[in-house]
Design a protein around this ligand. Sequence first.
Ligand code: GAP
Length: 599
Amino acid sequence: MSNESTTQEQEQNGDAERTSEQLVELAKRRGYFFQSSGAYGGVGGFYTFGPQGASLKSNVEDAWRDRFALEEGNMEIDAPTIMPEPVFEASGHLEGFDDMLVECSECGESHRADHIVEDNTDFEDAESLPIPEVEEVIAEHELVCPSCGAGLAGEAVEAFNLMFATNIGPGDSQPGYLRPETAQGIFVEFPRLKEYARNTLPFGVTQIGRAYRNEISPRRSIIRTREFTQAELEYFIDPEEDEPDLSAVEDVGVRLYPVTEQNAEDGNEIETTIGDAVAKGVITDPWVAYFLGIAQEWYDSIGVDMDRFRFRQHLSGERAHYASDCWDAESEIDRNWIEIAGFAHRGDYDLSKHAEHSGDRFTIFKQYDEPKTVERATVDPDMSYLGPEFGGDAQAVVEELEALAGRDRSAFDDEPVEIELEGESHEIPVEKTGFAVEEQTEAGEHVVPNVIEPSFGVDRVVYTVLHHAYREDEVAGEERTYLELEPEVAPTFAGVFPLQNDDELEAQADDIASELREAGLSATYDDSGNIGRRYRRQDEVGTPFCVTVDYETIENEETTVTVRERDSTDQKRLPVDGLAETLVALREGNVAFSELEGE
Ligand code: GAP
């Protein structure tokens, strides 16, 4: 069968920044994504995924679910996006989820002060600087407003909280917030979720859903928006006992950029394997290493270009308030590295905070193999003494004595016992505390699990997949743009066309499209414009194969169609009988198009 002639060497787009411009234009034209509420002038930081984009995004989410929920044996939940204020008091978001805001008094535009510093000076981690220092850097370097060019020296830099506030119910008596991360929906439900996990560690809970951040300056289309989708896994472990199966990922090759290399003058990324990185202490936590290995393979499988991908460790000032170690997955877009996921060791921060604020039990009871006899220090204070002595504070004194007995029994060796209450110290005779050390038999203990969190930004994955798939070449003397999307995520797997407007051809093409859909393939029927235009249209949205019904199909004894492969533009005549099975095999990667027998 003759092929469309294609330039042998596909021209990779030389001008990186042009790729993003072209991509955003293509995304709008072909229904991938576009700014929302355009009829009302649009509003920064909100995007609508069109028919192609919604399908690509949902395919990415399905692929993530398959790998991180189903294959790993983790649960999935779907929690509300609005949560009451106490949740975010406990999580620390109300107090510390801030970015640095500077407003230009000339044009009134708001900007991220740390971004202005990073974009115009040698500072790489301005986010970790204290606000007065950022103000000084702006003044010293005479930095200007990116919108109007006016000097920003002397402008106040302020901490701006990124949470979207709302009221739950009528009036303003119950403040609520749109969640800034899906994670909190998992943490607050831990007391119930642990029951579903039969109170046994380790276990993981996933969630794919919307998160909201009132970003100061949303930018780069869907890369930094105010409403976006996260796919998060909270993996709960017993820090003293649970270990991951590193053998499953030890040979996975990764490109790492650890803190040591970032801080070294001639530091570089390291090409290594997960096994080696753990053995050499480059990745210190084996659980983080395990999830980096899985993520590396997953990104590869959905079409992220591994030559434009790395894991970078957070510098100490960069880490979120809850994280003891964190690595970002980064993809290269227009010669810049963009964070597309974070892999954090959150310790017991979240569960301890929610326990403290809610009074509920955020622990797992760990049964010992054999019951243990342990010594416990207890108090049984004499209330007839504490009552008159401390009045309304007597109960607080009891609690302080209990806590003291738990943490430092030697404090009861001295006469009198000293305690502190609201910054004031008090003395209590030892005999009034009822202090005793008793032997107790315990069947187990309550442990606060630690959390390992792979957190993916779905929109950024979608953008990366599109950007890394963007190609331009020449076919039959004509310029062509196409998206080399992996079949697993491509919005449409096959375009089906009648060669010409002819009832018989159209009916046959329609039947074939239906058969393909019945076989679980997404197929689109297209009869508008000439066949060349239809190919270009499908190429531009990244459809891997096109099937054309022509007169040979209906005239010959054996019913055959033309199948064209997107990337090579090669064409083959294949029988309609078994076509769906053949295309399924192509989709699953069980056979390559070049291996198919056909004219
Ligand atoms: N639960 C942890 C957490 O939320 P994060 O690093 O703040 O961590 C995780 O966010 C991921 O969410 C990021 O790696 C990024 O891919 C995505 N993300 C964060 N802010 C975003 C925004 N404004 N627009 C689009 N994606 C965003």
